[in-house]
Ligand binder design. Sequence first.
Ligand SMILES: C[S@@+](CC[C@H](N)C(=O)[O-])C[C@H]1O[C@@H](n2cnc3c(N)ncnc32)[C@H](O)[C@@H]1O
Length: 216
Amino acid sequence: MLEVPADVRPGETIETHLGTEFTARELRGPDLFTHFERTGAPMLPRDVGLLLGETGVCEGDRVLDAGTGTGVLAAYLARAGAAVVTYEQDPEFAAVARENMALAGVDDRVDVRTGDLTASMADLDDRFDLLTLDTGDAAAIAAQAPDLLVPGGFLAVYSPFVEQTRDANLAAANAGLEDVTTMETIQREMDFDDRGSRPSTAPVGHTGYLTFGRRE
Ligand SMILES: C[S@@+](CC[C@H](N)C(=O)[O-])C[C@H]1O[C@@H](n2cnc3c(N)ncnc32)[C@H](O)[C@@H]1O
C-alpha cells in the first residue's frame, strides 16, 4: 500500500519515486479487504450485506462481536454508526485489529478487547442491540444470548461449516430466541460480452452460513 501524505486530498494525483501516478481516494467499506492486514479470515461483503440487512444495525446501536479476527465485520458495523465491543483471544491478532480500526477511522467506535468472549461473558454488565459471532465456539455463546441482548436485540452467527451452523441454530432456539433462521448467500456475477449476456461460468464459491435469532 502506498503511504499517502496527509495533505493529499481524495481525487488528487501523486507520483511515486519511480514516476508511477496514483489518484488518492477515500477508504470505503470494500477497500477494507485489500488494505487491512489480514489475520483471521474476514467476512466477505455479500455476507456482511446480509447481516446488515437482516439485523438493521444502525447509528447508536451497541454491538458485541467475537472474534475480531481481521476486523472487517467490526469496521463495517462501526461505519454503519454502531459502537462495537469486540473480543479477540489471540493478542497478536488483537493488536493488528486495533491498527486496522485506526486505518478505517473507526478506532473511536470499536473497542478491541484481548480475551476469550466465552470466559468474559459473565463480567459484561452492558446489554447489546446486536451480538455477532464468528468463532468455532459460537454455539456456546449463542446459548447465553438472552443475557447479553436487550429485548428485541438480534443474534447473528457466521459459520463456514454446516455442523457448527446446526449447533448454533439449535443453541439459539433452545435459548428461547425467536425467528431463528439460517441462510446462505449465493452470489453470481454477470458476464456481458459480444456473444451475449449470462451469469459468470466461474465457480460459485462457498463462504459461510448466517444464523439469525431475536430476543423476545
Ligand atoms: C474467522 S475470524 C473472524 C473474522 C472477522 N469476523 C472479520 O470479519 O474479520 C475468527 C477469530 O475469532 C477468534 N476467536 C475464536 N474463538 C474466540 C473466542 N471465544 N473469543 C474471542 N476470540 C475468538 C480467532 O482467534 C480468530 O481470530
